[in-house]
Design a binder for this molecule. Structure first.
Ligand code: AMP
Length: 546
């Protein structure tokens, strides 16, 4: 027997209809590329997204076309997403921090038909447009007054384009499995691969991220996604915030500590989200200025491991609750969030702190397990660690154009490439990226654990640990540190600080100091670059072993 409920497709633009009807006057505040702060409401966002949707045909854009975007978090970028997705086109976000060759490859592979860009990125696209034959039109997301003198092909002014659009445009009825978004993930081997989101996967993912034990969004929140829209859907906030009717604050191009602080304060932001490097800058700014953080209730930190020292700084110094989160582009991206669940009352404060540091537990709709190299599932005891595999309606089942071939195991699980533990309460803790784990004498050392410990040293601003070849042990850890300004601890000081806090054989064999840790386009420590820089590095322990 079939159920007798309505066939109501899960379409992302229905989120906008909802926000506009029930939270129509809630604000979206954006720092613009042109400079000023721009304010309007969900009603305006809805109307202007429809204006765009009603005119894209003029650019030859139709159902199924892939359209590139390169833009900061801002109101026009949201309009472009909703306007394109609403007519069945696919918004393909490009990360401006990628190298020109990567951008060429990705845009050509995706066959972007048109391209929407912020003023900031005109020079980037001008420099590579000759290698991008599929793009027919470049739409510059600004008004006539700010249109640059540009060589971009068929350069079109966004405001002029949508001026005659229909704010009452009726969205076409689409199948919920229609593709709506695309984001390439770089991985470390082979070419970048395209992850293709559907309306259904994005709506389900947004619903589960709103849940009380996940991000717990409310219409009374003021949410600032600092995580860019070009990095895995801005962790769904572009969908989940309107779904809940929260005020949105979009930081645009400025993400330094002072600019982020200014918006947190003036807009009374209650919830924000980004990778640890952003929060490092904010915390440094707060330390320098001795400024308070009275409105911010919670901060979601993910994308790479959040050092416990950062959690402590937010919670103890500012009373801001940290939600450590883990995920990946292939998962839309949220996989786990660390919030306390019911039934933990018997745990001591120390035991709860051990949980707090973990990456968290999956919301409904994410299944996970860890397996050994033989593929057999490992116990959920918080000790055994293995390959982390996931399954769910917002997890990729293949890459665009089937790059990389079959990516699921026989039970439909996707191997994340991360190594983790799972504990008896369901909390997951990332040990390492499988390729970054240090293999010493047949045992594994977690580079993340060592980094977390090193940054707890009061003089260390940022730390990275890589494995260096060793004749006896195969690999041994090298700790690379960036020091806080005006400090100069010795290698021995750092080693002494770490001594006794980890197993002796985990201790780094050496400490190197550098001015800046290299980061990838998505803000992670670039271990690839560090391994390259330190490829000829000889550990002091090597001579001793020879
Ligand atoms: P991306 O697809 O660029 O978002 O990268 C996903 C990868 O980032 C994951 O597979 C992890 O290796 C890493 N990652 C994301 N969040 C965390 C976290 N909270 N702790 C440790 N690693 C993380």
């Amino acid at each position: 027997m079939e159920g007798l409920m309505q066939d109501w497709p899960l379409l992302v633009h229905t989120v906008l209809d909802h926000a506009s009807t029930y939270h129509g006057d809630r604000e979206i505040v954006s720092r613009t590329v042109e400079g000023p702060i721009h304010r309007y409401t969900y009603k305006d966002l809805n109307a202007r997204s429809k204006q765009l949707a009603s005119v894209v045909e003029k650019l030859g854009i139709k159902h199924g076309d892939v359209i590139g975007t390169m833009a900061w978090n801002g109101y026009r970028h949201m309009e472009v997403w909703y306007g394109l997705m609403g007519v069945g086109a696919i918004a393909h976000t490009l990360n401006p921090r990628l190298f020109a060759e990567q951008l060429d490859y990705i845009i050509n592979h995706a066959e972007d038909k048109a391209f929407f860009l912020d003023l900031t990125f005109v020079p980037i696209l001008e420099a590579i447009q000759d290698k991008l034959p599929t793009i027919e039109t470049f739409v510059i997301m600004t008004d006539e007054d700010h249109m640059p003198d540009t060589s971009l092909r068929n350069a079109t002014c966004y405001e002029t384009l949508i001026a005659d659009g229909d704010p009452e445009f009726a969205w076409p009825r689409l199948d919920e499995n229609t593709a709506c978004g695309m984001c390439y993930t770089s991985g470390t081997t082979g070419n970048p691969k395209g992850v293709v989101y559907s309306h259904r996967s994005n709506v389900l993912h947004a619903l589960s991220s709103c849940a009380g034990d996940a991000v717990a969004l409310k219409s009374t929140d003021a949410i600032m996604p600092v995580v860019p829209m070009f990095h895995a859907n801005a962790w769904s906030f572009v969908y989940s915030s309107p779904m809940c009717g929260a005020k949105m604050v979009m930081p645009g191009p400025l993400m330094d500590g002072a600019s982020i602080y200014e918006l947190l304060e003036t807009e009374k932001v209650t919830l924000t989200a980004a990778v640890p490097t952003i929060w490092l800058m904010l915390l440094q700014h707060l330390e320098e200025t001795k400024a308070p953080l009275p409105h911010l209730e919670r901060v979601v930190i993910g994308g790479s491991a959040c050092p416990p020292a950062m959690i402590e700084a937010f919670e103890k110094n500012y009373g801001t609750d940290v939600i450590h989160a883990w995920g990946m582009t292939e998962m839309s991206p949220l996989g786990t969030l660390c919030t306390f669940k019911g039934g933990l009352d018997h745990l001591s404060e120390d035991e709860l702190w051990e949980i707090k540091k973990k990456q968290g537990r999956p919301p409904y709709s994410v299944e996970m397990k860890i397996t050994g190299d033989d593929g057999n599932e490992l116990p959920r005891d918080g000790v055994a660690f293995g390959n982390l595999k996931v399954r769910g309606p917002a997890v990729a089942r293949a890459y665009f154009k089937n790059e990389g071939g079959e990516i699921l195991d026989e039970d439909g699980f996707f191997d994340t490439g991360d190594v983790s533990t799972l504990d008896e309460y369901g909390y997951m803790n990332i040990t390492d990226r499988s390729k970054d784990v240090i293999k010493s004498g047949g045992e594994w050392i977690s580079s993340i654990d060592l980094e977390n410990l090193a940054v707890a040293h009061p003089d260390v601003a940022e730390a990275a640990v890589i494995g260096i070849a060793h004749p006896k042990w195969d690999e041994r850890p090298l700790l690379i540190c960036v020091l806080k300004e005006g400090t100069s601890p010795s290698k021995e000081d750092i080693i002494e600080f770490m001594t006794g806090k980890i197993a002796k054989w985990w201790m780094p064999d050496d400490v190197a100091f550098i001015d800046e840790i290299p980061h990838t386009a998505t803000g992670k420590i670039s271990k690839l670059t560090l391994r390259e820089t330190f490829k000829d590095y000889e550990l002091p322990t090597v001579q001793a072993a020879e």
